[in-house]
Design a protein around this ligand. Structure first.
Ligand SMILES: Nc1ncnc2c1ncn2[C@@H]1O[C@H](COP(=O)(O)OP(=O)(O)OP(=O)(O)O)[C@@H](O)[C@H]1O
Length: 541
């Protein structure tokens, strides 16, 4: 995560809005558009008309009027209940003044994340404040999807939504999560690799069993707590899928370096293979200590993939019928060379990497199968979390602060050195030379690596809007010292939010790929050439 300013930010917003339009968010919450001419014109060649299947899902419809009334009485703002009634169904909001913001720890396209203290329990939590564009129903629906998905998941390796904070008069919303000190991008060179990868696959197995595709697996979305437990986070791009009733989904997902070939080639009927590819990239990255395919554009990314994983066979091109196949088919064919490239990796890791990085998504198998691979079942076994070393906080914001501090010290050091040189050219005595602590070198590597990752990936973090000062730190969120105007007088008595959710079979609930914006083509033009993190909340499917 990170932020960008000015031009980049507005470009980013434009991309997101285009992508939202592309995916037709209007169909959420039961307002599914039946496939008309517009939809037909967008359908990839050869795809069957699916309108008959696109029935509104009653479970995802807005609640009837009496439920809306109940939700407002329970303290939910009307605008939220109207658009995201299903997502908040059965919950009661926590009051803002029961949390004290401590510091900002992250920023996303539509959110700021704060470390905060729950003043009722004393627990440290992460508060993700979701920004809405003038309460536009579309923005609210994206957030509603994230909440629905989070409520649908319940696994030690998946971040847990612990509550929601808002009030009847508020125009904003905070998602409450358990606070996590690290992310995997920050611990990439740690010796926890084997353990970490199995946790990632366990979390993914759970998501996939619950019919959720994450669609943005990468190091910075894999949070790690101080006990070494990994949790998959940021379900802003996630989507429900139904393996038995495939429906078109957008290919504009997953950060470029972790994006599988079928998405780069425009696939719209993909499945769990997209997350498994990303997991394969992460596994190889952890073992290599650096990203394995850092492409700068979609074309370069595909080229890197083909050079490492071999160019697809003619049969694959024929079979796949991928929209961009003709444009991207390489002139030259490449032989697969994973084993040679990663010859220094532990031998047991290679079959797993080979499987996860298969060009054909069907050959990537499943997260469950990956967990049975030799890599996890042969000695030395994965270690217990409690035996893992402890690390200093390594969140992106910490890294940024450390970088700034280091820059400042270097600059100060240079200035001092110049002064010292002039006045006492030979005096070196008495200078304190800091003893490197045991983690210092590793941290330096981590920071370097993270810098490379974040600078080159041009992931979502590179295109954030300017940071907005929306929270005074150190005050209860709802207190009069707090500058955020969203929380008005506490009008709802506190009651804890119960996030239990029926774990029944979940239906696919998004609809067709429809152009919902009249100026979408113009935006599309502007998207050309952006080969990085495609789209935050770009799709509602
Ligand atoms: N539970 C948590 N504990 C600690 N930090 C967190 C937690 N959740 C998120 N963060 C921090 O906040 C950052 C932004 O969170 P998240 O990715 O969920 O936001 P987002 O708005 O969805 O971002 P984006 O638009 O980039 O996808 C993360 O990179 C992470 O550093």
């Amino acid at each position: 995560m990170g932020c960008v300013f000015g031009k980049e930010a507005s470009k980013r917003k434009e991309e997101v809005e285009f992508a939202r339009a592309e995916e037709g968010v209007v169909q959420n919450c039961g307002n599914v558009k039946e496939g008309g001419e517009e939809e037909k014109s967008k359908r990839p060649k050869g795809e069957r008309r699916r309108s008959s299947k696109l029935k509104p899902n009653p479970r995802l419809s807005n609640p009837p009027n009496h439920v809306h009334g109940e939700q407002v009485a329970a303290g939910w703002p009307s605008w939220l209940s109207k658009v995201a009634g299903e997502a908040i169904n059965g919950l009661v909001p926590r009051r803002a003044d029961t949390f004290e913001k401590l510091k900002k720890v992250g920023q996303g396209t539509y959110s700021n994340v704060y470390k905060a203290k729950d003043t009722l329990t004393g627990k440290i939590v992460a508060l993700k404040k979701v920004r809405f564009d003038n309460l536009e129903p579309e923005s609210v629906k994206f957030m509603a999807r994230e909440i629905l998905i989070l409520r649908h998941l319940d696994h030690p390796n998946v971040v847990k939504l612990e509550g929601l904070v808002t009030s009847r008069m508020s125009c904003s919303l905070y998602l409450v999560f358990e606070y996590m000190d690290h992310d995997l991008a920050g611990l990439a060179t740690s010796p926890t690799i084997k353990f970490t990868e199995s946790q990632l696959l366990s979390g993914l197995e759970h998501c996939h069993n619950r019919h959720v595709l994450h669609r943005d697996i990468k190091g910075s979305n894999l949070l790690i707590d101080s006990e070494g437990i990994l949790r998959i986070a940021d379900f802003g791009l996630a989507s429900f899928f139904d393996p038995n009733h495939k429906r078109p989904m957008t290919s504009r997902v997953v950060t470029l370096w972790y994006r599988p070939p079928e998405l780069l080639l425009g696939a719209t009927d993909y499945g769990v293979g997209v997350d498994l590819w990303s997991a394969g990239c992460i596994l190889a990255e952890l073992l290599a200590g650096k990203p394995i395919m850092p492409g700068r554009t979609e074309v370069e990314q595909l080229h890197k993939i083909f050079k490492l994983c071999g160019s697809p066979s003619d049969e694959y091109w024929k079979k796949s019928k991928l929209p961009h196949a003709t444009i991207f088919k390489p002139q030259q064919s490449y032989k697969r060379c994973i084993a040679e490239t990663f010859k220094n990796f532990p031998a047991s890791s290679l079959p797993l990497i080979e499987t996860l990085l298969a060009i054909d998504p069907a050959e990537r198998q499943t997260a469950a199968a990956a967990l049975h691979s030799e890599f996890f079942t042969s000695k030395p076994y994965a270690c217990e979390p409690s035996s893992l070393p402890k690390y200093p906080p390594s969140k992106e914001m910490d890294t940024k602060l450390r970088d700034e501090e280091a820059r400042r010290s270097r600059a100060a050091g240079k200035a001092n050195a110049a002064g010292v040189k002039k006045s006492r050219p030979r005096d070196r005595s008495g200078r304190g030379i800091p003893v490197p602590d045991s983690n210092a070198e590793m941290q330096a590597n981590i920071d370097r690596w993270r810098l490379v990752t974040h600078a080159n990936a041009k992931s979502k973090s590179e295109k954030f809007p300017p940071p907005h000062e929306d929270g005074t730190l150190g005050y209860p969120l709802g207190s009069s010292h707090h500058m955020d105007p969203i929380f008005d007088p506490p009008d709802v008595p506190f009651s804890s939010t119960n996030l239990s959710y029926p774990k029944t079979n979940f239906q696919t609930w998004s609809g067709p790929l429809v152009e919902t914006s009249v100026d979408a083509p113009r935006r599309k033009k502007n998207m050309a050439g952006n080969g990085h993190r495609q789209s935050k909340k770009d799709s509602y499917r």
